[in-house]
Design a protein around this ligand. Structure first.
Ligand code: C2E
Ligand code: CA
Ligand code: CA
Length: 604
């Protein structure tokens, strides 16, 4: 029979194969109508819930259209069960046939339909639709006609299966190239693109490349304080802003990690332009984000690395930009930093560092520097803050910013805290043996330490072993650390206080914890984060924030330390506003223990 020949010719022609679904449906239904001389040929689909079918395509003598109509199972259960069970529905008199007559008043009669021939369409093995021939004359369908209709329905089934295959291929492609949260490209795409550009640059020797590494400051405290959903929304919003931002030479933007993005800049990489670009990015990102009734302002730290100049390969460019970003964070949040050879040391593999750090902790090789905290006049040292340092055998002195993230990632924070405390006790004992009186020592506690119920016991034991009274210790805890189970945290903190220690809330103002959480906890001091100090007295917003913190602290009976005091202007303003203690480079940088003792605690 030439029905089948016609179908073969159509379905194998390049004009058919390469067209979209709608064109294919049009061609198939037209062929069917012409060959069998029926007026109406339609393609129907089951939606997800199989309670009705929807027309996807309809061929009529007046032309084709894709207008959707629906037929409901509830209105005609017989038809639907026949569809499920019969290979084909051959219905000479549709208005009388028990399988279709329920459609008569609303569908068949108005359209003058007398007979129907329906063949099922599959998607894989699942019934997914129906091909429907409707004739205005009574017709006894012949076997060749029926087999032709089944062949057309099978062709559509094959299309479905192929499309499903293409979709899954695309989904896979999507997952390997894109970030599902933000829809931005991911690190794989970034690497490929940088690799391609680097190679092109090498071949032609023309042009330049820069990578800007963007890291959101303190996303963790948003997650902890406001929930992971809000954190996700913040990441999405920042992604959108970075996408929309228009800066010279912008090439590709990717999300490369939890709270990190990278932007490739081509050719417009002279320092002035990049500096403007970095400022634009910081400005856009730091506009308030409104979410669930919160207004959230986040800062970002940026690291910039060039090629050629700073490095010559894709990996070096990525690591260089990351290292520069850490350098920027070290300067204080919300800054940017260019890569230079002095920060190259930290651009080695994190894996190596983690191993080295693990053994340094095990061997008690970490050291502690101390920074004085003075009274409001800036003249007398009231206490000192212990700050961890690591003397790496090859890389020299490393600051916490260079290894705390690694310690965190490697689950080493508790052990690191232990190591620091041990060193502080040793120093204290050394001084006492020489009749040198040290003031109270502030020790930073990581969230990972505060989560461990046995921490107070551990501290008491260590102090007892080294004969250091617990009341010489003052612990600094950030807002991040008190986000978990308030009851458990409160019990732990109370135990520390009962043992004689005091507690400060550190980096205050940068977290998002509510005041009500702080109120019930046994803190005696607040430390205002240094990012608020750097722009006083000129920045009105920062001044207002500090004043409100001071007011709040008074109300709660807490004393206040300002950190990051660098200039006489800072000092004057803070003293005038009634800040109790000051800490910063103006008085001293963190010093090795022997220098601290020599400068501040030996009387000549
Ligand atoms: P932090 O607790 O806020 O410590 C103050 C940081 O500010 C120190 O950086 C200090 O060197 C720096 N700083 C002090 N005065 C000034 C100033 O006038 N200007 C500027 N720009 N910076 C100033 P450091 O020592 O690099 O420590 C960074 C952070 O690492 C600390 O911030 C703390 O969060 C963490 N950290 C340090 N030691 C330990 C530790 O033993 N355990 C834990 N868990 N965290 C630690
Ligand atoms: Ca601190
Ligand atoms: Ca601090």
């Amino acid at each position: 029979m030439n029905y089948h020949k016609a179908l073969m010719e159509l379905s194998h022609s390049p004009a058919f194969i390469n067209r979209e679904r709608q064109h294919k449906l049009a061609a198939l239904t037209t062929l069917c109508a012409e060959q069998l001389e029926v007026e109406r040929v339609s393609v129907w689909q089951f939606p997800e819930q199989r309670e009705h079918i929807e027309s996807e395509w309809l061929h009529t003598p007046d032309g084709a259209n894709a207008k959707a109509t629906s037929l409901y199972k509830s209105a005609n259960p017989e038809y639907f069960s026949a569809l499920e069970s019969e290979r084909v529905l051959s219905v000479p008199d549709a208005q009388e046939d028990p399988r279709t007559r329920a459609f008569a008043p609303g569908y068949l009669v108005p359209r003058g339909i007398r007979s129907m021939l329906d063949a099922p369409i599959f998607d894989g093995a699942r019934l997914s639709g129906v091909l429907c021939l409707e004739s205005t004359t009574r017709r006894q369908w012949t076997l060749p006609e029926i087999s032709f209709v089944i062949a057309i329905a099978d062709t559509i089934s094959l299309m479905n299966t192929h499309e499903a295959w293409l979709d899954s291929k695309q989904a896979l492609e999507y997952a390997t190239r894109y970030d599902s949260l933000t829809g931005l490209l991911n690190i794989n795409s970034l690497r490929d693109r940088v690799g391609y550009l680097v190679e092109k640059l090498e071949r032609r020797g023309l042009g330049t490349l820069a990578l800007i590494w963007v890291d959101v400051d303190r996303l963790k405290s948003i997650n902890d304080g406001l929930g992971a959903q809000v954190g996700d929304n913040v990441i999405e919003e920042i992604g959108q802003r970075l996408k929309q931002i228009n800066v010279p030479g912008k090439d590709l933007l990717a999300r490369i990690g939890g709270d990190e993005y990278a932007l490739i800049i081509r050719n417009r990489t002279d320092p002035d332009t990049l500096e403007q670009t970095a400022s634009r990015i910081r400005h856009e990102v730091s506009k308030p984000i409104r979410l669930n009734g919160h207004s959230i302002t986040v800062g970002v730290s940026l690291g910039i690395c060039h090629l050629p100049g700073d490095c010559s390969t894709t990996e070096e460019l990525l690591r260089g930009a990351e290292a520069a970003m850490y350098n920027a964070k070290h300067q204080g949040r919300g800054r940017f930093s260019f890569f230079d050879s002095s920060i190259q040391v930290s651009a080695r593999s994190r894996f190596e560092l983690e191993n080295d750090l693990r053994s340094a902790i095990k061997e008690h090789e970490l050291d502690v520097f101390y920074q004085p905290i003075t009274d409001a006049s800036g003249s007398s040292v009231e206490s000192v803050e212990a700050l961890v340092r690591w003397h790496h055998p090859e890389r020299g002195w490393l600051s916490p910013i260079e290894f705390l993230d690694i310690a965190r990632g490697g689950g080493l924070m508790y052990a690191l805290g232990d190591c620091v405390l041990r060193r502080v006790c040793e120093h204290w004992q050394w001084a006492r043996n020489r009749q040198i009186t040290l003031p109270e020592v502030s020790v930073n506690l990581a969230p990972e330490q505060v989560l461990v119920a046995e921490l107070p016991r551990r501290i008491k034991t260590m102090c007892a072993e080294q004969d250091v009274p617990v009341n010489t210790l003052h612990f600094e805890v950030t807002e991040d650390a008190i986000q978990g189970d308030l009851n458990a945290i409160s019990v732990l903190l109370e135990e520390l206080v009962a043992a004689g220690a005091q507690l400060s809330i550190d980096d205050f103002g940068t977290g998002y914890s509510s005041l009500s959480r702080l109120k019930g906890l046994p803190f005696s001091r607040i430390k205002i984060d240094r990012s608020f100090i750097s722009n006083i007295p000129d920045d009105e917003d920062d001044c207002a924030i500090i004043l409100s913190i001071l007011g709040l602290a008074k109300g709660l009976g807490l004393s206040v330390v300002a950190e990051g005091v660098e200039t006489a202007a800072h000092e004057q303003w803070l003293r005038r506003q009634g800040c109790d203690y000051l800490q910063g480079y103006l008085y001293s940088r963190p010093l090795p223990f022997d220098q601290l003792v020599e400068r501040f605690f030996t009387s000549q």
